[in-house]
Design a protein around this ligand. Structure first.
Ligand SMILES: Cc1cc2nc3c(=O)[nH]c(=O)nc-3n(C[C@H](O)[C@H](O)[C@H](O)COP(=O)(O)OP(=O)(O)OC[C@H]3O[C@@H](n4cnc5c(N)ncnc54)[C@H](O)[C@@H]3O)c2cc1C
Length: 479
């Protein structure tokens, strides 16, 4: 049989494609990475990086507003929205080299700019040339889902794809969607000075999180001026005499909300069309992602793999990278050796202020799955460093196996929760429990001490009463 041009061709140069081709090259396989638009994909260009850069600028604005909390008599700020958005672009430019063609070429990846089309499970065409390959990794990502709202086509709506191009601050901004992306951006734009109305169909924003967690964030949003409309359906966009309205319905009542711009943040649809998958009959799952097995092989061809947003079930950069390892290793070494993807310990964070970070189960999921659990809480308003920083708000909630220190899940709400939860992620991944966290020295005064204090709360609740009674008598006898 004729030799193939490549061991692996990866389609898409976002987080999933970059990491899988990096790993293939690191173990000396011949790998091509085909990207049709920008290296770095969503994360670098329209997702994580720009959103976190914008969050940082708007956090500074919130501190200026809260200057009295820091003992400062007055603090004023003037800014030009366009310059804030230019800073976002500069941040992207600074990160860009990490995902660049130069870097990946130096790592040994054949980077090709162009739109890939799969001709067969072993052939991919790009720029008029057909390349042959032993395996294909599909890493084509996802795009903002545009809901079928009547009249939407009359307005130039924003999504996270084109939001980063605007240079004029929308005075009145309607954000459709109460998930992580909608929430992060709602707070950002409110802090920048837009009058933000956030429309959420579910009973609360951040519907995957426990009710009390969503409530903390919603209350903060309301305090900061975001008009949060829950249990509300978008019915229609109406344009009248040059004025734009979003018609929403809540409990049988309809209402018109006037807006200058509308941002859609209601989920992301997998990119599975237009590059040959349908021609060779690759099966899709009900939610539109590529259907894969436990080894991340497509269920249609066992030399074709998928990872990242196009495969789901998670849509994060770190899960794309996690899956990429399995795609790379399984494609190169199976059937000699192959690994089932491990989704047991998946963390994530919504970078609102306060941040909401989670790993493993929360109460909602534990109840849905009928998994018995105990809850230990630690309120961050008690933490010395948080008090010193005037960030003494939020909480830590740890779910454990009843009677044991084995961690089932953690939700953390507070300043830098996304960083702080890493200790619990490590604990869950490597199987150490709350006793070990309690027995670890944490630097004073740090926010990370909250992890230890939560473990301390658990220990207090599980103190061996019989032994302590005996100790009391022993000490009385020794006095
Ligand atoms: C506003 C926003 C904020 C986010 N914040 C976070 C966050 O804080 N943390 C986090 O973990 N995640 C975050 N995410 C999610 C994260 O960006 C995605 O999960 C991640 O980028 C998925 O990577 P991917 O490689 O699967 O897809 P993508 O990054 O979308 O990459 C797919 C690439 O494939 C290319 N492509 C598609 N078809 C073809 C073809 N036929 N030929 C060649 N190339 C093709 C595309 O051009 C694209 O570059 C955020 C997303 C958004 C939108």
């Amino acid at each position: 049989m004729a030799k193939k041009d490549f061991n692996v061709i990866t389609i898409g140069g976002g987080s999933a494609g970059l990491v899988s081709s990096y790993i293939c090259a690191a173990v000396k396989a011949k790998v091509a990475l085909i990207e049709k638009h920008k290296m770095g994909g969503d994360c670098l260009n329209t997702g994580c990086v720009p959103s976190k850069a914008l969050i940082r600028s708007t956090k500074i604005l919130s501190y200026i507003k809260r200057h009295k909390d820091y003992g400062l008599k007055s603090a004023e700020v003037t800014f030009d929205f366009a310059e804030v958005m230019e800073r976002v672009q500069n941040v992207i430019k600074k990160v860009e080299p990490h995902d660049s063609i130069e870097r990946y070429s130096n790592l040994g990846v054949d980077c090709i700019t162009g739109a890939a089309k799969i001709l067969s499970p072993h052939e991919v065409s790009v720029n008029g040339k057909t390349l042959t390959t032993k395996n294909i990794i599909i890493a084509t990502g996802a795009r903002p889902f545009v809901p079928p709202i009547k009249g939407l086509d009359q307005v130039d709506y924003l999504t996270t794809d084109n939001l980063w191009d605007i240079r004029e601050l929308p005075k009145r901004l309607v954000i459709v969607g109460g998930g992580p992306i909608g929430c992060e951006l709602a707070q950002c734009f409110a802090r920048l000075g837009s009058k933000v109305t956030q429309i959420q169909r579910a009973a609360d924003i951040l519907p995957r999180e426990d009710e009390e967690v969503a409530e903390i964030v919603r209350k903060r949003f309301t305090e900061e001026g975001v008009d949060v409309r829950v249990k509300s359906n978008t019915k229609e966009v109406v344009v009248e005499n040059g004025k734009k309205f979003m018609v929403i319905e809540n409990g049988g009542q309809t209402e018109r909300i006037e807006f200058d711009q509308i941002l859609l943040a209601v989920g992301r649809a997998a990119n599975t069309k237009g590059f040959g998958l349908e021609d060779i009959g690759v099966k899709l799952a009900k939610n539109g992602t590529v259907e894969v097995d436990d080894y991340l092989r497509t269920t249609t061809y066992n030399n074709m793999y998928a990872c990242g947003d196009v495969a789901g079930p998670y849509q994060f950069t770190h899960t794309a990278a996690h899956q990429a390892w399995y795609c790379a290793v399984n494609s190169l070494f199976s059937p000699l050796k192959k690994f089932k993807v491990d989704y047991r310990v998946i963390p994530w964070c919504t970078f609102t202020d306060p941040e909401v970070a989670r790993v493993g189960l929360n109460e909602k999921e534990a109840k849905e799955k009928s998994i018995p659990y105990e809850v230990t809480r630690y309120n961050i308003d008690d933490l010395d460093r948080a008090i010193a920083d005037s960030e003494d708000h939020g909480m830590l909630k740890v779910l454990t196996v009843p009677g044991k220190d084995i961690i089932l899940g953690v939700t953390m709400v507070g300043h830098h929760a996304g960083d702080l939860i890493a200790e619990y992620v490590a604990a869950m991944k490597h199987g150490f429990g709350l006793n070990k966290i309690l027995g670890t020295i944490h630097i004073y005064p740090t926010l990370a001490e909250s992890n230890k204090f939560a473990a301390g709360e658990w220990k207090k609740a599980h103190a061996p009463q019989g032994l302590l009674n005996f100790a009391k008598k022993f000490h009385a006898w020794r006095r």
